[in-house]
Ligand binder design. Structure first.
Ligand SMILES: C[S@@+](CC[C@H](N)C(=O)[O-])C[C@H]1O[C@@H](n2cnc3c(N)ncnc32)[C@H](O)[C@@H]1O
Length: 224
């Protein structure tokens, strides 16, 4: 009886330790309870680079349709980078084709007091990017949903490549590009756009669930 009790206790303690180790928060930047899991490290690096290069304009395709509740699933990038813009005198544009996604993201933006720093546009991302006439410091590509259906995967990959092509003329020497949902079967959202960028003078800084790219000739003098 005693052995069963001890085994049970060890199991419960192990369960919570495992949960704690997997939990990847952005604390103290965001409250500890939000788990950014597979995106935490790439978000941190992106924000570090934005600070270093004095980023002022952020463009995201695909908005935070679940608000901060979607930190672990969708990423909640609109809120993470939106908060960064508020604290660093920058501005963020997030574009989404879905009325519902826009509504949900706008509610979270308002809840977080980010409405002066984040503008959510309802539009197809391709049309939006085509007409965007400011220089972009961070481009975050995360729209057309990827799925297990190979035809959908191909459409998503083509869409993200096309997004990049439409905004390419507004990218400069220290622009940072972050692409979501890459470490997935058949190459994820980034497959075509990353191949395109690598042929055009970009390099990969981090290749994980998200892929982070900068210009090939950018010298970063990394200390960490
Ligand atoms: C994965 S969610 C974006 C998650 C968000 N970036 C975050 O970090 O929470 C993908 C979003 O892309 C949007 N989307 C799909 N196709 C699109 C298109 N052609 N143009 C703009 N948005 C699109 C969907 O409506 C959905 O809200």
């Amino acid at each position: 009886m005693k052995i069963i009790g001890i085994t049970l206790l060890i199991g419960i303690v192990g369960f919570f330790i495992g949960k704690f180790i997997k939990h990847k928060s952005l604390y103290p930047f965001m409250p500890f309870k939000h788990d950014f899991r597979k995106r935490r490290d790439t978000f941190l690096k992106t924000m570090e680079l934005m600070k270093r290069f004095g980023a002022k304009i952020i463009v995201e395709t695909g908005t935070s349709r679940e608000g901060l509740r979607g930190a672990k699933s969708n990423g909640a990038a609109t809120i993470v980078f939106g908060k960064w813009t508020k604290e660093n005198g920058a501005f963020m544009h997030s574009v989404d084709i879905s009325e519902e996604s826009v509504k949900n993201a706008q509610e979270e933006v308002d809840r977080q007091g980010l409405e002066k720093f984040v503008q959510i546009h309802q539009s197809d991302s391709l049309a939006f990017l085509e007409n965007f006439n400011e220089k972009v410091d961070l481009l975050y590509l995360d729209s057309y949903d990827y799925s297990s259906d190979v035809e959908v995967q191909k459409k998503s990959q083509k869409h993200h490549l096309e997004e990049f092509k439409r905004i390419e003329g507004q990218l400069h020497d220290t622009t940072i590009v972050l692409i979501d949902d890459c470490d997935l079967p058949n190459g994820g959202k980034g497959k075509l756009v990353i191949a395109y960028m690598l042929e055009r003078g970009w390099k990969i800084l981090i290749e994980s669930y998200q892929v982070l790219l900068v210009r090939e000739n950018l010298i970063l003098n990394e200390t960490s």
